[in-house]
Design a protein around this ligand. Structure first.
Ligand SMILES: C[S@@+](CC[C@H](N)C(=O)[O-])C[C@H]1O[C@@H](n2cnc3c(N)ncnc32)[C@H](O)[C@@H]1O
Length: 358
C-alpha cells in the first residue's frame, strides 16, 4: 500500500492519502474536521456500471474498490472513525443507495449521530427497467454530533427575497430536501466510476461549512469533494484506496486554484425586511414614493436598483415595494414634488448668486 500525504501547493498540507480509510484514519486527529462528505461504495457491484452507462472502456479508471460482503460491519467501522474525527459542531453527509441504506442508518443510530435531514438527490439517467420503477435517486443523509450547534449558512446561495419568474422563492426551493441535480457528462475525461456532480457537493459545502474550514471525504473516487472544497476556499483531505484513481485525482486537484470558484460566484444580495408585517400607513407610502422619485430623477438609479435600495432603507420586502409603486397617481405626485423642490432649490441658489457682490 502506498500511503502518503501531499504538499503540492506549498502553502497548506493537504491530508490526501492513498489507502484504506479505516486502517489509515488514525492519520487524522480527533475532532479535527468541520464537514465530512462520504460516498462509500454501495455494495451493488459497481464494477459493472460502465456497461449500464455505455461508457467507453478507455474513459473508466480501473481498480474501483467495491465494499466488503459484510456491509453492516464495513459501515460501522468507517462511520465510527468519521465520527471520531468530526468536530463537536461538525456535520457529516453520507450519500448512499437504497440497497444497504439500513446498515448506514443503524450505524448512525448506534454512534449517537443526530439525523438533521434525510434528503433525496434526484438524478437523471436512471437505468431503464421493464418490470419495476426506474431507480433515479440516492439518499443524502445529513448528520451532526450536536443537533443545534452546527453550521447552516441559510443565505449562502440565495437572498430571502429572491424569486423565480413565477414569484416562487428561490431560497425555499434550494433548501427543500429533494435535490434535483443532473449527473455530469464526462466530456471525454478519464473518470472513476460513480462521480458525484460538482453541483451537489458545492451545495453541501456552501450550506454546511465556512471558508477555511476542513472538509474530508473518506472515499475520494474522482476527488469531487476535494476539488470543490479547494475551489471554495476550504481545507480538504481524504482517502482513496485505488492507486490509479488517487493519482488521477491528485493531478486534478493540483490544477485547481484555492478559492477560484468563490471569485467567480455572484454575491448574494440578502435584504432583511425588518419592517415586514408591520402595517403601512398612507404617510409611509408617500415617503417611499418620494424616495423612489428622488432615486429615479436625481440619483438616476434604474427601477430595479431603486427598488433594492428602498427595501434596505424602509426595511420592507421586494413585493411590498413593488405594490406601493403600482399606485401611478401617488408616484406622479411624488415626482411633481421632487421637481418643484428642485426648482425651488435652484431658484434659491440663483437668488443668492445675484445677491453676491460682483
Ligand atoms: C462511490 S465512489 C466515490 C465517488 C466520489 N464521491 C466521486 O464523486 O468521485 C467510492 C470510492 O471509494 C473507494 N474505496 C472503496 N473502499 C475504500 C476504502 N476502504 N478506503 C478508501 N477508499 C475506498 C473506491 O475505490 C471508489 O473510488
Amino acid at each position: 500500500m502506498n500511503l502518503k500525504t501531499s504538499t503540492w501547493d506549498g502553502v497548506m498540507i493537504k491530508h490526501i492519502y492513498n489507502g484504506d480509510c479505516i486502517a489509515n484514519a488514525s492519520n487524522l486527529s480527533d475532532e479535527s474536521v468541520d464537514l465530512m462528505i462520504c460516498d462509500p461504495p454501495f455494495g451493488i457491484g459497481e464494477a459493472t456500471f460502465d456497461k449500464h452507462y455505455a461508457r467507453g472502456k478507455g474513459k473508466v479508471i480501473d481498480g474501483y474498490q467495491e465494499a466488503p460482503d459484510d456491509y453492516a460491519l464495513f459501515s460501522k467501522n468507517w462511520m465510527s472513525e468519521a465520527t471520531r474525527v468530526l468536530k463537536p459542531n461538525g456535520s457529516m453527509f453520507i450519500i448512499i443507495g437504497h440497497t444497504n441504506l439500513r446498515h448506514v442508518l443503524n450505524a448512525a443510530a448506534e454512534l449517537g449521530l443526530y439525523e438533521i435531514n434525510h434528503a433525496i438527490w434526484k438524478y437523471n439517467f436512471g437505468v431503464n427497467t421493464k418490470t419495476k420503477f426506474v431507480t433515479s435517486h440516492y439518499h443524502v443523509l445529513y448528520y451532526a454530533k450536536n443537533e443545534k450547534n452546527r453550521t447552516f449558512n441559510l443565505n449562502c446561495r440565495f437572498g430571502s427575497q429572491e424569486k423565480d419568474n413565477s414569484g416562487g422563492s428561490l431560497l425555499f426551493q434550494d433548501i427543500e430536501d429533494v435535490f434535483y441535480i443532473k449527473k455530469e457528462y464526462s466530456n471525454g475525461k478519464q473518470r472513476n466510476k460513480n462521480k458525484l456532480p460538482n453541483e451537489l457537493i458545492q451545495k453541501i459545502i456552501m450550506y454546511c461549512s465556512n471558508e477555511g474550514d476542513t472538509v474530508v471525504d473518506f472515499f475520494l473516487g474522482n476527488f469531487t469533494t476535494a476539488c470543490v472544497a479547494k475551489s471554495l476556499g476550504r481545507e480538504h483531505g481524504g482517502f482513496e484506496i485505488n492507486k490509479l484513481a488517487y493519482e488521477v485525482g491528485c493531478k486534478r486537484l493540483e490544477e485547481i486554484e484555492y478559492g477560484q470558484r468563490l471569485k467567480e460566484m455572484p454575491k448574494v444580495v440578502n435584504i432583511n425586511p425588518t419592517n415586514q408585517g408591520s402595517p403601512l400607513t398612507e404617510e409611509d407610502k408617500d415617503k417611499i414614493c418620494l424616495r423612489f422619485a428622488e432615486m429615479r430623477l436625481l440619483e438616476k438609479y434604474t427601477v430595479a436598483k431603486s427598488n433594492e435600495k428602498l427595501q434596505v432603507e424602509f426595511g420592507r420586502g421586494k413585493f411590498s415595494i413593488v405594490n406601493i409603486l403600482k399606485d401611478k397617481e401617488r408616484v406622479l405626485k411624488a415626482e411633481k414634488k421632487v421637481f418643484s423642490l428642485t426648482r425651488e432649490k435652484e431658484s434659491g441658489e440663483q437668488d443668492l448668486a445675484e445677491m453676491e457682490p460682483q
